[in-house]
Design a protein around this ligand. Structure first.
Ligand SMILES: NC(=O)c1ccc[n+]([C@@H]2O[C@H](COP(=O)([O-])OP(=O)(O)OC[C@H]3O[C@@H](n4cnc5c(N)ncnc54)[C@H](OP(=O)(O)O)[C@@H]3O)[C@@H](O)[C@H]2O)c1
Length: 301
């Protein structure tokens, strides 16, 4: 056990969005440090076993060719939409499997629950059963999130719902299933888009800012819980696509390298940060920076 944190190998974390993207990378880093236990949540199914025709095809173009062949064999039309849907399903499943394997290799026990956190009726029984297997949940990392970036006049109610519900309804549901009084840790993955605002991200900004305010409220009610809402700047991973990365580069915004972001989370969970309920973690080039990547990598910020 690390002396500056309460986390050890018996600590069970529930992690929404924890099988994919940056949240998965953070879970893997924490597992290497503490070998804690994991209940990961996501909507994508774990496809097991993978169809024979997909096995060994790692590159996107090759896998898509195989998908087209398989659809044709089944007498289905290999439309771009059908191919993309199946491609996303198989690649999501591969990412989930890789995360589970990395957690296991780090010495952690981990389970993946195929659950939409906005649907409490299916979430609750699955969480109860997993907690009976792994132990009482002591920490939540709420990393689930979606984007539907476009200007406000172009947004549909469905866009708003997808973005808002994963963050806000998702948090409400998690805290209904796992009462905050049993938690030692509550970590919310928020964004600088909530802190500063951002064009095309009104829904995302609202949802993230609600996470920030929720963190303050929960900390007031449960002062013994280590609550933190992390307002991440863009990472070099997850929802930051190569196209988005180009835009950040044009705006001279540095992305957070995966290993630096994951280490920042480890730092944030140390006892000395117990009372920092909202933190901003982003590029040193942005204004009003409170914590700077440069500090961690030892460069002048
Ligand atoms: N990447 C960044 O640069 C960045 C910056 C600031 C903040 N953040 C925040 O960090 C978190 C993770 O971001 P990311 O970049 O890793 O995104 P990502 O790659 O798109 O991953 C999002 C994760 O959320 C899950 N998810 C979405 N809706 C869900 C739902 N209703 N129920 C259960 N799981 C759900 C997804 O799994 P399924 O699709 O399988 O459900 C996926 O695992 C997000 O909350 C994001 O807002 C990220």
């Amino acid at each position: 056990m690390n002396s500056t944190s309460q986390i050890d190998s018996s600590t069970v974390f529930v992690v929404s969005g924890g099988a994919r993207g940056i949240t998965a990378q953070c879970a893997i880093r924490l597992a290497r440090e503490y070998r804690c236990r994991w209940i990961l949540l996501g909507r994508s199914p774990l496809v097991e076993p993978e169809p024979d025709w997909a096995e060994g095809y790692a590159q996107e173009a090759d896998l898509k060719k195989q998908i087209m062949r398989s659809l044709a064999v089944q007498g289905e039309k290999p439309t771009p939409l059908a191919v993309q849907k199946l491609y996303k399903k198989i690649s999501a499943s591969r990412e989930i499997r890789q995360t589970l394997q990395a957690l296991e290799e780090a010495g952690s026990q981990a389970e993946y629950l195929n659950a939409d956190i906005t649907d409490i009726k299916t979430l609750q029984p699955q969480l109860v059963a997993a907690s009976e297997r792994l132990g009482p949940v002591k920490g939540i990392i709420h990393g689930a999130g979606n984007l539907a970036d476009k200007l406000i006049e172009k947004k549909t109610p469905e866009d708003f719902e997808t973005v808002y519900a994963a963050k806000v309804t998702g948090l409400e549901n998690l805290l209904t299933c796992i009462p905050p009084k049993q938690l030692d840790y509550l970590v919310l993955f928020s964004s600088v888009a909530g802190f500063y605002g951002n064009a095309g991200q009104t829904d995302y900004a609202i949802a993230n800012e609600i996470l920030n305010k929720s963190a303050h409220l929960i900390k007031q009610q449960y002062p013994d819980c280590h609550v933190v809402s992390i307002n991440w700047g863009p990472w070099d991973s997850g929802m930051v696509t190569p196209e988005l990365k180009k835009i950040f580069a044009q705006r001279q915004i540095e992305v957070i390298p995966i290993e630096v972001g994951a280490q920042l989370l480890i730092e944030e969970l140390q006892e000395r940060h117990r009372d920092a309920v909202q933190v901003v973690m982003e590029s040193p080039l942005m204004p009003f920076t409170q914590r700077k990547i440069g500090e961690l990598v030892g460069q002048p910020a």
